[in-house]
Write a protein that binds this ligand. Sequence first.
Ligand code: SF4
Length: 86
Amino acid sequence: MSAGRHSAVAVNEAWKEEVEQVHKLEIDWTRCDGHGLCATLLADELVLDEWGFPVLRGRPITPGELTNARRAVLACPALALRLTEQ
Ligand code: SF4
């Protein structure tokens, strides 16, 4: 097997492991200021309550949502959003 094939197999294995992980979002309520940016990036997982604070639907993040979930975590100005693996 060539070196390129080895790295392609390694990337494929890493991707497969990540997809098989169950990811969930958590909010640190001591930090959240209700900016609402997270709901913009993850409209299917988060809605805002009447005061602008996010309400999680509580379901696992699908593999197709992982990129946006990571973007939302990075974009949260209060560092209140966390993506967990279970
Ligand atoms: S972006 Fe961060 S601070 Fe703003 S509502 Fe979402 S979790 Fe809270």
